[in-house]
Design a protein around this ligand. Structure first.
Ligand code: MN
Ligand code: MN
Length: 467
């Protein structure tokens, strides 16, 4: 072996996927992105992602767990929790006590939620007040078309779904921003103060009705329009969950279409790939579980988030139908479970590469990103995967020809972030973060590389099927 060959053998390769895979696989990369874009366009909220996942699962032969008295290897089941998160499982041939192969992704995304009493009128214009959800750069949400998605739970018990701004005949909404001519003071402020939280107000109407005895004619008209169409009134905003999201669709980005641009790829890119992979799993060795969870962006809180007992309870229900379950057995199942925490990471942005460390960062187009630890300020808030498990995952991906890379979220002390991994790890499960690197993360138009999206799907599928 020449020195050059030995050098090649001993060092880490860092090459884009397109240089590594053949043209057939590049065709598969392109084909896969079509289904992904459709998912993004039809699942802009956690509720929509849940119901679309259910629809795709039913088409793939999955049934509600409730419909089974007992489960046998090969059975495909799903459970929905409060219309906001879903767990899908394909029962394995191995005793469930020996653990699950779990891939967990989140289906909530940064957005603007309406306040509980949002509607007001000023200067003959109607607006909706919002409270943002998750970490956003607020200035990015002004002066773009926005759509409204959500549910209203009427006091008579009826649930109404509302989507406005997605159909090409629909109106859209927007948050106005100050013209540069008058923005001298605004432009001198630090970026995080230039657009304040209370300034994120949705332009919602401008025509009034009624005579002078009605003090707020435009607001009155808006309420009348809502009442005529949905039978709701101003109190209904309180018994509702309405989210404001970008109105534009997912697009190919770049003349060569190498990238996808869309709202909410964090983390629907991992949700879709994890889902698509589990839908194709037949007769796995271990029980394969795909968990699409809510509330990651605000700390995994609440009964639809990863800190909820939903996952544990549902595993117990499945085990009960696989031959019985008690606390000891549930503990053994969890202890023997291995998990990919499927969440996005930061891709190096060549325009802002000073925040990342070149040897330990992910690059768009270089494959599935494995992150051993996340966290901030000395790995705080990280689960830090065990070397034994990292080794197992790396071997699996190498054997399965999954192109992968590793990276941290930025330089040491440069910032940081967490995922659901730490809460999965609290259940005594082996877990590692493994997802798609993203540019413009948490912006209204996030960017992924199609090759990375495909490698995520390929990696998750190999993992579900592994021993
Ligand atoms: Mn995420
Ligand atoms: Mn996020």
């Amino acid at each position: 072996m020449s020195d050059k060959e030995l050098y090649e053998k001993l060092t880490i390769k860092s090459e884009p996927v397109y240089k590594i895979v053949d043209s057939d696989e590049m065709t598969a990369v392109s084909d896969f992105s079509q289904g992904y874009k459709a998912f993004l366009n039809n699942a802009k909220t956690e509720r929509e992602a849940t119901s679309l996942s259910e629809k795709l699962a039913i088409e793939a032969g999955f049934s509600k767990l409730d419909s089974f008295d007992t489960l046998k290897p090969g059975d495909k089941v799903y459970v929905i929790n409060r219309n906001k998160n879903i767990l899908l499982a394909v029962i394995g041939t191995e005793d469930i006590e020996n653990g699950l192969n779990l891939v967990g992704a989140h289906i909530d995304a940064p957005r603007l939620d309406l306040k509980q009493n949002p509607l007001y009128e000023k200067n003959s214009m109607a607006f909706l007040k919002t409270h943002y959800y998750g970490g956003i750069k607020k200035y990015q949400w002004t002066a773009i078309p926005l759509s409204l998605h959500g549910v209203v739970h009427k006091t008579d018990g009826e649930m109404i779904n509302i989507v406005i701004g997605e159909d090409e005949n629909d109106p859209v909404f927007t948050i106005t921003d100050l013209l540069p001519h008058l923005a001298d003071d605004q432009m001198k402020k630090p970026m995080y103060q230039a657009v304040e939280g209370e300034a994120l107000r949705i332009l919602f109407g401008g025509y009034g009705i009624g005579d002078d005895e009605v003090s707020e004619n435009v607001k009155f008209n808006i309420l009348k329009l809502l009442n005529d169409k949905y039978g709701i009134d101003e109190n209904s905003f309180f018994t509702a969950e309405i989210e404001i999201v970008p109105a534009f669709k997912a697009s190919d980005v770049g003349l060569d279409r190498a990238f996808i641009g869309s709202y909410a790829q964090d983390d629907r890119v991992c949700a879709y790939t994890a889902l698509q992979a589990v839908l194709e799993v037949e007769n796995p060795y271990k029980t394969a579980v795909c968990l699409l969870i809510d509330k990651e962006e605000i700390g995994s809180m609440g009964n639809t988030g990863m800190k909820s007992a939903f996952f544990r309870y549902t595993v117990a229900e499945i085990a009960q139908k696989c031959g019985g379950c008690d606390l000891i057995k549930l503990n053994r199942i969890l202890t023997n479970t291995q998990c990919l925490s499927a969440d996005v990471g930061a891709a190096v942005d060549p325009t802002y590469d000073s925040v990342t460390e070149p040897g330990n960062s992910a690059y768009a187009g270089k494959g599935l990103l494995i992150t051993k630890y996340t966290g901030a300020r000395g790995k705080s808030g990280s689960s830090d995967a065990n070397a034994e498990f990292v080794g197992k995952v790396v071997k699996l991906f190498n054997d399965s020809k999954v192109v992968w890379q590793t990276g941290e979220l930025g330089k040491v002390d440069g910032g940081g972030g967490g995922t659901i991994a730490q809460y999965v790890a609290n259940l005594n499960i082996d877990v590692i973060d493994c997802g798609v690197p993203i540019l413009s993360m948490h912006s209204p138009f996030e960017i992924s590389a199609k090759t990375d999206v495909y490698m995520a799907y390929k990696g998750y599928k190999a993992f579900y099927l592994s021993k």
